[in-house]
Design a protein around this ligand. Sequence first.
Ligand code: FAD
Length: 434
Amino acid sequence: MAEKSFKYVIVGGGVSAGYAAREFVKLGLKPGELAIISKEAVAPYERPALSKGYLFPESPARLPGFHVCVGSGGERLLPEWYKENGIELILSTEIVKADLAAKALSTSSGDTFKYQILIIATGSTVIRLSDFGVQGADAKNIFYLREVDDADKLVEAIKAKKNGKAVIVGGGYIGLELGAALKINNLDVTMVYPEPWCMPRLFTAGIAAFYEGFYKNKGINIIKGTVAVGFTSDSNGEVKQVELKDGRSLDADIVVVGVGGRPLISLFKGQVEEEKGGIKTDGFFKTSIPDVYAVGDVATYPLKLYNELRRVEHVDHARKSAEQAVKVIKAKEEGNSIEEYDYLPYFYSRSFNLSWQFYGDNVGEAILFGDNNPESAEPKFGTYWVKDGKVVGVFLEGGTADEYKAIAKLARVQPSVESLDQLAKEGLSFASKV
Ligand code: FAD
């Protein structure tokens, strides 16, 4: 049982932790001041790669290729970088108890880490079908995807079940990305989700119609309006069939489940204020406890632009909130102050040769523009969301770098629109004018 003390401890070694470490070094860090404690066995990496390049059959992405901060065009922080900067990277180490009053974290083997300042960056975990008691959900070859270990298991199964049948449970972006990845690996793919269209939290029926049509053209079978209620397996315990609520039964060699995530905050329950399922922070990512910050997926913070508390599970926010918290910590030490976090929500996804970006808020009336015909050689379309006469959100598929820059600006500026018909007619050129 060992005890170690650090000035700063980051619990969790994912996207936020990596970007926070870089910011600490940028602003001045002495050797031995910072420790990152992670239950993963590898240095922080760009998690979105796991459902994209990591699963490609040809030249797949592999570590160390996608350690942070390559995802935002920055320097790649290899494990040596942490050593060179005197940062202790404590890997394969799960914190099982946090005592915020004593400023101490401990592991199951009884090791203790003390800190002066703590950054909570534990991210999310997947929601499992076994959490709802779905029968047979613990069969072999039923996968979830959150960490690189999960992705390795899926890659092995894809190799073992060549040309087999895959069922994707869930129609969110993870389901859509995984459906594409398995199809590219030559599996026979069926997607199942209960909603009337895919990604209903963001997509309108018009947006979803394009992706569903495109996926069907690629040979992916889509079953909507029902859910998986059970699994049968063979004598090896490997999944063989997915039973659906509507009575159908689907053959399956591999099942991948993407039905959402849940922020990992149980370590801090009862010790810190919560809000909307996350740890409540202010616009400086300070929690209700002095010297304790929360960033990334776990933080519920004031989204200044919309004057509302929100929790955001997107990589861009994980990076920026981590940088903000470190700036706040360093400014406080130097007796300075900094501006409150003023975030413009940004989210993206890629699958097949498709790629989209979304900025802002998807509330109000949705106006579809452009060519959303899935048969088109080069489809390019988008959607504006208009609330109280102002454009507050924009989605664009197939844009150029400049066009994405233009829609980001638009969502920030929120220009007024006089006529929705005119907006639909102008399409993307409306964004270019702002
Ligand atoms: P994470 O990156 O999840 O890191 C949390 C870390 O904490 C992990 O290393 C975990 O092991 C560790 N940890 C947790 N509990 C403990 C503990 N008790 N002790 C020690 N360590 C602990 N977002 C997008 O915007 N676009 C995308 O295309 C996209 N694709 C994604 C694809 C996948 C497969 C996944 C899983 C997520 C994707 N996301 C995407 C979401 C994005 O990756 C997350 O929002 C982001 O990683 C959150 O960063 P974080 O630092 O808060 O948490």
